[in-house]
Design a protein around this ligand. Structure first.
Ligand code: SF4
Ligand code: SF4
Length: 91
């Protein structure tokens, strides 16, 4: 029988113009910053999309959070996260 694992974290609703919800699992995020470095919207000019959060991750380091008004729900951050700490659920 499969057991579903539950992680602590938080949800940012309505990213990508309301197309998706964005989950960050603080039990998994180790604060490496790879997702922030790879977010295409962070490289796109003055706006910052994915940034450090006030929420704390695995090693008491900051976790991350997207600006829902800038995030395009492209999934790059979830793909590059080595710890699967980000999940983007399309509605
Ligand atoms: S889904 Fe794309 S745009 Fe949104 S935070 Fe992740 S990398 Fe950035
Ligand atoms: S979500 Fe993943 S890639 Fe981003 S800082 Fe946390 S562990 Fe690193």
């Amino acid at each position: 029988m499969m057991t579903e694992l539950k992680y602590n974290g938080y949800k940012v609703e309505g990213v990508g113009k309301g197309k998706a919800d964005y989950y960050v699992y603080t039990d998994l995020c180790k604060g490496c910053g790879l997702c922030i470095a790879r977010c295409p919207m962070n490289k796109n000019g003055e706006q910052t999309c994915l940034k450090w959060s006030k929420e704390v991750g695995l090693f008491q380091t900051p976790a991350v959070e997207p600006d829902p008004n800038v995030c395009i729900a492209c999934g790059t951050c979830a793909l590059v996260c080595p710890d699967s700490a980000i999940r983007i659920e399309k509605k």
